[in-house]
Ligand binder design. Structure first.
Ligand code: PLP
Length: 396
């Protein structure tokens, strides 16, 4: 208990922390300080895409750490492992003259995307969707949730417009208004696992093209096989002008990226972006190991199959407990259980914990399930058994 007491005394705790202190993880399981084992259906908020301490990832990090962790002169010099990662990412994206830049967090990637969209278009405004989440820097916070989300941190970054969820008609009315870009998540993750309706992204892409507005697709949560495709936007056959990536990209190492189209890249100049750790070789080695593992092992297909199984079973669980679960939704292994109240979310999260199953409470009365992407069928079913037990304990 010393860990928890020390953190509570000395840490700045600005979230509801569970009284759990974890010491190690292996694959789909983690162990707390008392040696108690838990099945992890959170993946550290969608990060540990290959599970905990996957040997391919650990090996790549150890090898690179022994060679070089940070380039001399950082971004002023080149790196073989960064070059290999650039090639690997180019190969998993649809054909286009992409230019990549590496960052340290999803918020940082989105912040840069918005900044560079303004530079590339010479326009001022950015449109986001109500209920979205793009990060916690001042610029990304100003584009998250809705107009009232950032009220506590005034003055926020100006020039943001919020569309009602998936409403192209309203966009049509504002798109002439000096709009540089629209930023969108294919599935709103933090907002409660809300997938965009079919054809919305393709309609949005068309509208953006007609008006010279850049389409920024935020795949920080949905990318890297999470939804059963390498990137969720592929389902709609669209190609973003700027794509942002993070979380699962490096399996637990803090790393993120954004890619811009060739025509956006042409508008950018030296000095437009940078950062001490951007494209650092250790992060690049981690991301390269993850991407290669995903490609070599067809992880997207595995996730799609597992996602179908999970959805089928969860519908059954939901049918047995209508007073608790209103709806099950999601794509691949990004799944949300919509409950009737936030209070029920707290109760179900706690009931799962009693079963030694870790789940993520999310906004709008949703419990989110984010198993790792290499989870076996047996582990998935075991987790769903534990969830069913938690649901029936609550229903009693
Ligand atoms: N964008 C999306 C869609 C996210 O889900 C998140 C985090 O949850 C972010 C951006 C911010 O990423 P980070 O927490 O790495 O800054």
């Amino acid at each position: 208990m010393e860990t928890i007491a020390t953190e509570n005394e000395l840490g700045l705790i600005v979230c509801n922390r569970q009284p759990l202190a974890f010491e190690r993880g292996q694959g789909s399981h983690v162990w707390d300080e008392q040696g108690e084992r838990y099945l992890d259906f959170t993946s550290g908020w969608g990060v540990t895409s290959l599970g905990h301490s996957h040997p391919a990832l650990v090996g790549a990090i150890v090898e690179q750490a022994g060679k070089l962790m940070q380039n001399p002169n950082s971004g002023f010099t080149y790196s073989p492992v960064r070059a290999r990662l650039l090639q690997a990412l180019t190969a998993v994206l649809p054909q286009q003259s992409w230019r990549f830049f590496f960052a340290n967090s999803g918020a940082e990637a989105n912040d840069a995307a918005v900044k560079l969209a303004r530079k590339a278009t010479g326009r001022r405004n950015v449109v986001a969707i109500s209920g979205s989440f793009h990060g916690r820097t001042l610029a990304t916070l100003s584009l998250s949730g809705g107009a009232d989300n950032a009220a506590r941190y005034q003055p926020t970054v100006p020039g943001n417009l919020f569309l009602p969820f998936a409403d192209l008609d309203v966009l049509q009315q504002v798109i002439e208004d000096d709009v540089a870009a629209v930023i969108v998540e294919p599935v709103q993750g933090e907002g409660g696992v809300r997938p965009l309706p079919p054809n919305f992204l393709s309609g949005l892409s068309q509208l953006c093209r007609q008006h010279g507005v850049l389409l920024i697709v935020d795949e920080v949560q949905t990318g890297f096989c999470r939804t059963g495709r390498f990137f969720a936007f592929e389902a709609e056959g669209v190609v973003p002008d700027i794509l942002t990536m993070g979380k699962g990209i490096a399996g637990g190492f803090p790393f993120a990226a954004f890619a811009v189209s060739g025509s956006v890249a042409e508008k950018l100049d030296k000095g437009d972006h940078g950062g001490t750790y951007c494209g650092n070789p250790l992060g690049c080695a981690a991301a390269l190991a993850v991407v290669e593992h995903m490609v070599d092992n067809r992880v997207a297909e595995h996730v799609a199959a597992l996602g179908h199984e999970a959805m089928y079973r969860l519908q059954n669980i939901a049918e047995q407990a209508p007073a608790l679960i209103r709806e099950v939704r999601g794509q691949g292994l990004l799944i949300g259980l919509q409950l009737h109240s936030d209070e029920q979310v707290g109760l179900l999260t706690q009931a799962c914990l009693q079963q030694r199953l870790l789940v993520t409470p999310t906004r709008n009365a949703v419990v989110r399930l984010l198993p790792n992407l290499l989870m076996t069928r047996e582990e998935l079913q075991e987790g769903l058994d534990l969830l069913a037990a938690a649901v029936s304990a609550l229903s009693r």
